[in-house]
Design a protein around this ligand. Structure first.
Ligand code: MG
Length: 395
């Protein structure tokens, strides 16, 4: 498999490793092993989730992606119904094929590598194949209208969310509220069955989600250490890998950006180069900045002073391979002393164990039961991982 169609406009652009990425040779953007059930059984390991369960997530996603594609008004109706059918049948065939390949490789005793270019099959490869199937059927951005609607709704709440944060007089409470906002925003995820159903059936409220975050301890819970660090240290330059449109980026990650700006940091927001599911793209976020500036003076000053920059990350997937980011992002990230990976795809499924040369924070909410089982957590559990730079000790 190549770096693909899924990368859309970014496919021709050079990609390079994030400068902070350590152990490049052994880096693998795949946290959760896809192991056939028979193999798990044989080795006496828990048999759920097995490769077959991971594949089922993608197989079951086809229906909701097809319905979203059928509603994509950028294509004439007759054309898009046929195109949605082409996507659905092509991706189903691909998913079935890679599953059979992986199972056959396993039973023949090979290492399970599949058509994914020698690397084991994982979330990243299945996401990429889905994007390729959408592009091949003629779709560019089937979530465009949903993203625009959610961005407009979230922008209308940004001023109030910032004002609420400003009511916290204690620094630790304030950072705690900011981080809880990040988790609450991350529930707007149309790549997962549970949250997609929630979105279409009852809608998703940022405030209600924030109030209903699961009780700590979370499945990965370094919140205390992270709060200690945030209250005792001023970062110079932070790179924030953002995830979804709407409340996720606008009410979760922009307030985090705002807090970092308030402490004097330069903040690079790394957003997708090309569309994927309901993830915000760099171009979309950039276009929202004038409205963001109207809503909040701190963010506005960040934009006007270039201390807040939006940079395309080089990817068109809902996950990220940090060995392949855009040269533009690598340049902007040079010298950064903090990297924040946000969202289930980037922070949990592909980079939970990543080793970087600077302080690293993974923030995400678990929205697949399979991910919850794999990590020993609960559905809607939070992952808050903080790792200080290898050569430093948090003060
Ligand atoms: Mg996403």
């Amino acid at each position: 498999m190549t770096q693909a169609l899924a990368e859309g406009p970014a496919k021709q652009a050079a990609v390079v490793p994030l400068p902070q990425l350590l152990e490049l040779d052994s880096y693998n953007p795949s946290t959760l092993p896809f192991i056939p059930r028979a193999q798990l059984e044989k080795s006496g390991q828990p048999t759920y989730p097995a490769l077959e369960d991971w594949i089922d997530i993608f197989r079951h996603s086809i229906g909701s992606f097809r319905r979203t594609a059928e509603a994509d008004s950028s294509l004439p109706e007759a054309q898009r119904l046929a195109a949605a059918e082409r996507f659905a049948s092509a991706y189903l065939a691909t998913v079935n094929e890679v599953e059979q390949e992986a199972l056959a490789a396993s039973s023949s005793g090979s290492d399970g590598s599949s058509s994914s270019g020698g690397r084991r099959l994982g979330c990243l490869e299945l996401c990429q194949l889905r994007e390729e199937a959408l592009r091949a059927a003629g779709f560019v951005d089937i979530f465009r209208q949903i993203k625009a609607k959610e961005n407009a709704g979230a922008l209308g709440l940004l001023r109030d969310v910032c004002a609420e944060l400003d009511q916290h007089t204690e620094q630790r409470d304030r950072w705690d509220a900011v981080l809880r906002g990040v988790f609450a925003g991350n529930i707007f995820d149309l790549g997962c069955a549970a949250t997609t159903d929630m979105y279409h059936q009852e809608g998703i409220s940022f405030h209600a989600s924030r109030d209903k975050l699961l009780a700590r301890p979370w499945v990965v819970d370094d919140l205390d250490a992270l709060l200690d660090r945030l209250c005792s240290h001023k970062y110079q330059r932070a790179v924030l890998f953002v995830d979804n449109s709407g409340s996720d980026v606008i009410l979760g990650m922009l307030p985090l950006t705002r807090e970092l700006l308030r402490t004097g940091a330069t903040v690079i927001i790394a957003a997708n180069s090309a569309p994927s599911i309901n993830d915000i793209t760099a171009a979309e976020l950039d276009a929202l900045l004038p409205q963001v500036c109207v809503a909040d003076p701190v963010l506005c000053k960040g934009v006007s002073s270039c201390k807040l920059q939006v940079v395309p990350n080089g990817s068109g997937l809902p996950v990220i391979d940090l060995s392949k980011v855009s040269a533009e992002l690598a340049e902007a990230a040079a010298g950064a002393d903090l990297v924040v990976l946000e969202g289930m795809g980037r922070s949990i499924e592909t980079n939970l164990h990543v080793k970087l040369s600077c302080d690293t924070v993974n923030l995400g909410m678990i929205k697949h039961p399979e991910v919850a089982a794999s990590l020993g957590g609960r559905l809607y559990d939070c992952v808050c991982r903080f790792r200080s730079a290898p050569d430093s000790t948090p003060q």
